[in-house]
Design a protein around this ligand. Structure first.
Ligand code: COA
Length: 147
């Protein structure tokens, strides 16, 4: 692996709860989750999708579908998208988000939403999610996209 990741070379697929690379990547970004935590989340409807290049994990998305009986149907909540620094700006983050949006659509969701934090990364998040089509939601730090 030489640090160059053309978009076409990343393979996307569901991650197992005990994927050690996923647990390390989450931990690197301050999200301490054990395999048991992740397994519990997957049982409750969370998604963990990874992007691999040459078999090694370079990014992941962690999201869930609300199970509540909202009259507008289930909503996709994007909890975290992470791409390793060396793999950024090759479209991998966008592909991960779009895979979750497609998954939500096929499960009847009409809306995907996320909360931007921390404040220090707001401009980057606006640029990234805005490029995918998210727009400001009803709350100040929330971004939405209709599916
Ligand atoms: C945000 C993040 C997931 C983006 O991943 P990525 O693979 O680099 O994103 P993409 O290459 O798919 O970018 C798609 C578009 O988003 C915009 N974008 C992405 N990163 C950007 C940045 N740092 N500054 C400005 N625009 C940015 C660009 O328009 C980009 O298209 P372009 O490269 O053709 O100009 C990655 O930077 C990351 O892991 N950051 C740390 C964690 C984080 O902040 N996660 C998001 C909040 S949950």
């Amino acid at each position: 692996m030489n640090g160059f990741y053309p978009e076409a070379e990343a393979d996307l697929g569901e991650l197992a709860a005990d994927d050690s690379e996923a647990i390390s990547l989450l931990r690197l970004h301050g999200l301490a989750r054990t395999a048991d935590d992740l397994a519990a989340g997957l049982r409750e409807g969370e998604w963990l999708t990874g992007a691999r290049v040459d078999g090694r994990l370079v990014g992941l998305i962690w999201a869930r579908l609300t199970l509540c009986s909202d009259p507008n149907g289930p909503v996709v909540l994007i909890q975290q998208v992470l791409v390793k620094k060396s793999a950024r700006r090759h479209g991998i983050g966008r592909r991960l988000v779009n895979s979750v949006l497609d998954g939500g659509r096929s499960r009847g969701a009409r809306l995907a939403t996320l909360r931007m934090h921390p404040q220090s990364q707001r401009a980057q998040h606006l640029a990234f999610y805005g490029s995918i089509g998210f727009v400001a939601g009803p709350e100040d730090d929330v971004l939405d996209i209709a599916l």
